[in-house]
Design a protein around this ligand. Structure first.
Ligand code: ADP
Length: 230
């Protein structure tokens, strides 16, 4: 049975950091739609040229485009054992994801909750490596960056274009209005979990792990129950 995790939470909640850990723990790929789009922008592909302005303004890319991106990514062979989605779905995309999941087993939606003032503080401090994309922040996986250089590859650390004050406010607004309602969409599912993202990354990781294990147990039981039916 495949392990299909969907991470939900405001920007800066630590979804990327936790998804990275889960990837290592369970050997399934992390799929970050934000990363896919930023890469497309960096190489100026057709997709990149279409979405660059939208991302820089902190608005959402159209569902049309995102569904295509997600469908294409979820059709690749490396997701046969499952995946960790970070940044998708964000809207009614959730219904489309359910349709894409037919025959693949249930998803485990996990919400990382962090209050807005904490998020704003984290995002203003966040830096990313211009070369390899690793993320750093006072809350980040590797702590405060040393001399503005990436600990992994030595690349120069920069601020993400959409991490400036004005754009951060816009992204938080979009999250509250459009993405937070996903919680209502998913919360009645037996695999759903909610985690306190204000804790140190280690503790969040422990809670994530527990949520994934609980979700898998539910999914296994469901599979057994369904098998028994005519
Ligand atoms: P955040 O830290 O805001 O969660 P991401 O790296 O996930 O950042 O995404 C960065 C930007 O990419 C978003 O602000 C949005 O413009 C675009 N984007 C990423 N995923 C989606 C999606 N599923 N639907 C619409 N837009 C998206």
């Amino acid at each position: 049975m495949s392990l299909n995790i969907v991470m939900i939470g405001p920007p800066g909640a630590g979804k990327g950091t936790q998804a990275e850990r889960l990837t290592r723990a369970y050997g399934i790929p992390k799929i970050s739609t934000g990363e896919i789009l930023r890469e497309a922008v960096a190489v100026k592909s057709e997709l990149g040229l279409r979405v660059a302005e939208t991302i820089a303004a902190g608005r959402l890319v159209s569902d049309d485009i995102m569904l295509r991106v997600a469908e294409e990514r979820l059709a690749r062979a490396d997701v046969s054992a499952g995946f960790i989605l970070d940044g998708f779905p964000r809207t009614v995309q959730a219904r489309a994801l359910d349709a894409m999941m037919e025959g693949r087993g249930p998803i485990i939606p996990i919400v990382i909750e962090v209050p807005e003032d904490e998020i704003a503080r984290r995002l203003t401090q966040r830096r990313v490596c211009g070369a390899c994309g690793a993320t750093y922040g006072a809350f980040g996986p590797t702590g405060a960056p040393d001399a503005g250089r990436c600990a992994k590859c030595g690349g120069v650390l920069v601020q993400r274009k959409d991490d400036d004050d004005h754009v951060i406010r816009q992204r938080l607004h979009v999250y509250a209005e459009i993405t937070a309602p996903l919680i209502a969409f998913y919360q009645s599912r037996p695999t759903f979990a909610r985690i306190d993202g204000r804790q140190p990354p280690e503790r969040v990781a422990e809670d994530m792990h527990a949520a994934v294990e609980a979700g898998m147990a539910v999914a296994r039981n469901d599979a057994r129950a369904t098998k028994g039916r005519p």
